[in-house]
Write a protein that binds this ligand. Structure first.
Ligand code: FE2
Length: 376
């Protein structure tokens, strides 16, 4: 039985009250930003871009900004205890705090979302330096995660006021990562539909795909998921909720260790997944192992693809097809000691979906890891 529901994909003719130009940056609160920046540069091929800290007038925290093509990460560490950043790390471990969205008008984004029920996180704030101005505003989403609206049309500096350019003599080559494809949030029991409503009503998103627990279940555990997209499709936020199974859902394990709702994975686009994953594995990034049996039947399921199967199988890359084309994807192991945030690397060849055909193989692989941790 096919229980996936795809809702109307057509652009609405109404004016989009929250026009988004895409993801501006993802900010992580981490225990040691200096070392995290080195890790993301070395392992993932990011370049140094900007720095803020006591030397730039930021007394209580440091932030390193790193970039690869259109993908910008901010890594932030508190310098002292008893502040919201230190509390965030104590509670959640390293994780995503900010999913920042690029807008033309941050004041309007704040007004339009808060008047529809969005909870204010940051009132519109103008930051200025010799390179112009950046306007920021922000609202809360699931857990302690926030969306910051970034208006930078009147700014020519490297990142934003308060930061200085970070030049480094250490510049590992790119691994071919291009931009954020989607970011997934894990929410608690019965919280998926309220969060879907939030994205619809407060941010003007649409539910473009839904998966119920019959789609996403293994022998042991289950979850439900709805994919939310903004009007132009540049920003996509799938929302996961645990579902009842024989054993503990992977979403529950995340919620236990993150101590609440949060970002489960960031999916990053590449134009050549075989080259990207080969390089990432060489640099020490670990991915979920996929059983050989997956590759025995995969081409019967997805049909003809451009790539040879051999490197896909060797690297553990998954394949899925929808009405519009196919996609190649792979999932890293958690990037921290807690079984929380991980990355997906995705190459789309026409497909606009999220790899439903891989869910079972993927979740069985996740459960083997969960079982090894004693949490299944
Ligand atoms: Fe994903």
């Amino acid at each position: 039985m096919n229980t996936v529901t795809s809702t109307n994909n057509k652009q609405t003719t109404e004016t989009d009250f929250l026009p988004l130009q895409g993801t501006d940056y993802v900010e992580f609160y981490v225990g040691n930003a200096k070392q995290a920046a080195h890790f993301y540069k070395t392992a993932f091929g990011f370049q140094s871009l900007a720095y803020a800290g006591p030397e730039t007038g930021m007394k209580d925290k440091v932030s390193y900004v790193i970039r690869q093509h259109k993908l910008t990460f901010v890594l932030t560490t508190p310098l002292r205890m008893n502040n919201p950043i230190a509390d965030h790390i104590y509670k959640h471990g390293d994780g995503v705090k900010v999913l920042a969205l690029k807008v033309d008008d941050a004041r309007s984004a704040f007004e339009e979302t808060t008047k529809r029920g969005g909870l204010a996180y940051l009132e519109p704030t103008v930051l200025k330096d010799d390179n112009g101005e950046v306007v920021l505003s922000g609202i809360h989403t699931y857990g302690d995660t926030v969306h910051i609206f970034v208006e930078r049309k009147n700014y020519n500096g490297v990142f934003m006021p308060g930061f200085r350019e970070w030049k480094s003599t250490y510049n590992p080559p790119s691994t071919g990562l291009l931009y954020v494809d989607h970011c997934v949030g894990n929410v608690g029991w019965n919280q998926m539909n309220p969060r879907v409503k939030f994205y619809e009503e407060v941010m003007g998103f649409r539910n473009i795909l839904s998966f119920d627990d019959k789609d996403i279940s293994t022998e042991y555990s289950a979850l439900m998921s709805k994919v939310m997209s903004n009007g132009n499709g540049y920003v996509k936020f799938p929302i996961n909720e645990p579902a009842e199974g024989k054993k503990k859902s992977q979403v529950e394990e995340y919620l236990d260790f993150y101590n609440g709702e949060g970002c489960q994975h960031v999916a990053i686009a590449t134009a050549d997944i075989v080259a990207t994953v080969t390089e990432l594995q060489k640099r020490g990034i670990e991915f979920l192992n996929i059983p050989a049996s997956y590759y025995e039947t995969v081409l019967e399921r997805v049909g003809k693809i451009d790539e040879d199967l051999e490197p896909l199988q060797r690297l553990g890359i998954l394949i899925d097809r929808d009405d519009e084309g196919y996609l190649l994807q792979i999932f890293s192991k958690p990037l921290e000691d807690r079984p929380t945030l991980f990355f997906e690397i995705i190459q789309r060849k026409g497909a606009k979906s999220f790899g439903k055909g891989n869910f079972k193989a993927l979740f069985e692989a996740l459960e083997r890891e969960q079982d090894a941790r004693g949490n299944l």
